[in-house]
Design a protein around this ligand. Sequence first.
Ligand code: SF4
Length: 352
Amino acid sequence: MSSRTLKDSPVAEPAGQSADGPLLEVEDLHVEFVTREGVARAVNGVSYSVDAGETLAVLGESGSGKSVTAQAIMGILDSPPGRVAGGRVLFKGRDLLTMTEEERRRIRGRKIAMIFQDALSALNPVFSVGWQLGEMFRVHEGMSKKASLVKAVELMERVRIPAAKQRVNDYPHQFSGGMRQRIMIAMALALEPDLIIADEPTTALDVTVQAQVMDLLAELQAEFHMGLILITHDLGVVADVADKIAVMYAGRIVETAPVHELYANPAHPYTKGLLRSIPRLDQRGQDLYAIKGLPPNLLHLPAGCSFHPRCEQATDLCRGERPLLSPVAGAGGEELPGRRSACHFWKETLHG
Ligand code: SF4
């Protein structure tokens, strides 16, 4: 049976889902890249949702499809060669994928904003940061140059950039990496969006600055009651800020769970491997664990479970049959809210 005909069960919500329904629902999303070598299925039936005030961390190695999913949500896929091949992206119940480009442009920035990994290339080097922050208000709200600069200073103060008034006319290269990332956050917050998608927002920063930027992002998200999708390859940065996690591998979600449950007791060998590879103080001096091998070529996905060539628990069943993302049960047989695993042996992984 073709894997495209199989549909994973949607990600169930942990307790606390808003009565009005999710802010964003991604349903069975497929994204392909047409290359000379063939069609790369970068996103292969991904479903997840985020409520207002909630943080979903989407975790995976490079090439897992986490950023491509975000680009499809934002409508900024490189197309061609990329194209959405199926699925729906419902924002407040309306499918973004069927909107006109004009409608999507109105939603981008105003309702859904994005924070990119590399602030230096996301900011324009020839305009001051005040000008770039102010542009949001000039373009979207028709504000005057003077009024927009006042707003820019307010935003810079909001993200705790010291001496904002004096620095509003400085250029991006005059700020440190951490300060530039704060400017990116300010830019995303400018129009008070309902949802922010942050794609590896702290990867380029050192560990101390990473923690400060993540704390700031979490604080502002709670204050503005926004939904936040935090895309990262680093399990270490999400423990304190996310409510729930979706782990992606080779274009699919392989595990979902409320954040603390996933850390305490993963139900997928890939997640288990990622957790083992986080450096720990009590293992100082020991070699860091690394999952063997590399993620598969998306042009030639392995048969069965995509993770089987790297999995220490793989059997013939894994090599022949793809496991669907399915509910996970506790030791007493009760379904665990929000928990799904795409592993034939989730029971052994979870309870073993
Ligand atoms: Fe490993 Fe098999 Fe589970 Fe895939 S299905 S993660 S190969 S045990």
